[in-house]
Design a protein around this ligand. Sequence first.
Ligand code: P5A
Length: 444
Amino acid sequence: MYISKSFIPILKNNPSEAKIKSHQLMLRVGMIKQSSAGIYSWLPLGFKVMKKIEEIVRQEQNKIGAQEILMPTIQSSEIWKESGRYEDYGEEMLRIKDRQNREMLYGPTNEELVTDIFRSSVKSYKSLPQLLYHIQWKFRDEIRPRFGIMRCREFYMKDAYSFDISDKEAIFSYNKFFLSYLKTFKRLDLTAIPMAADTGPIGGNLSHEFIILAETGESKIYTDKRIFEVENAETKLEENSLENLRKKYEQFYSVTDDKFNKDEFESKVSEKNRLKTKGIEVGHIFYFGDKYSKAMQASVDLPGGKKDFVKMGSYGIGVSRLVGAIIEAKYDHKNEIMKWPISVAPYDVSIIPMINKNDSSALEKANQINSQFIKNGIDAIIDDTDENFSSKIKKMNLIGAPYQIILGKQIDGDLLEFKETGQEAKKINLNQIIKIIKEEKEKI
Ligand code: P5A
């Protein structure tokens, strides 16, 4: 793709209204455009990254046996009245009336709607467990939307729901999501720490937030540093293995603000291991038993003829928030360089030829390289403009493809100036470059 033909509306300077890096960068390189307070359009660069994140989230949901559905954004108030949350949800819920004067709403979450779907078709314990998820826009009329897509009103969420016959089985489902979340965030090159959290308006008594450390995050966290060393590589999708994994994390004190207790923190964590910092909540999982199934009469036949309400949990990932969270985690402030993890990068590599009016040989070389890249499934962006070289490099450093090829005035035979964005350049040939990039992509 030529930069001159792409829809990447780059700003010369950082927009003054943006307070944190992710918001600044996303506006600066034209990943998003605000349409009204807390509501954004996603432009090609931002949309590409978000879709790649979505796909990784989807693959990891499918791996634990969750099935994808798609529920609508607009819901009827009736089911929310059944659960009792229509009043409770308050002003964060965007309420709408249709032409028949029926009360509708833009879904802030889907516990009610999925319970309604479940109860109308599943009648027997034999069909359990069921794990259903969808990836859909949500609307929450936040009082103070801020930091761009980090806390906005319309946002893209993966929300999953589990239905089980007993508490024991339901905790098994909960733990599957627990593992799946660790794996998902790892593929995004993020270290997300599960922390005991409050359940808020979703309800229940077991909940973990998945937090990535960032000074600009909105969640205050208190944790034992040793939690960062917990490994999950050996965990199997079996009840005991998953239970052990959760215990490995839970042995270390690690909570968000709402659960914080100073005495407990100081008695459980030695001074050298105490970490009090801030983070970004990228995922949140809940177990709430029969809170919704009882209120909405979602029961199944048990062996022996009795009936019982199904035990449910719900599991959210902020897919759109993750775009900003990755920037907060990866942006190099000192050198003003963004380097996206290759798993979600908008382009794999940028090609930066030096072009002037009477010499287009570097651009021709860029085209030749790109045709080899296309054959090898490598997605490149070429700066085909005749801007000065240093501003071209600055621009590509912000766009953040993880690799760069610099084509200066002289090209040294087969050797090309190739670098990992932000690192030292080295001279290697095109086949070696293709090999490096392909190997990195295969690791995704
Ligand atoms: C779990 C799935 C729920 O809504 N119901 C369905 C449960 N949980 S949650 O914690 O409230 O949200 C899940 C994740 O969505 C992201 N998120 C947001 N992203 C951007 N702007 C917002 N205003 C916003 N609110 C929530 C977070 O990543 C959160 O973990």
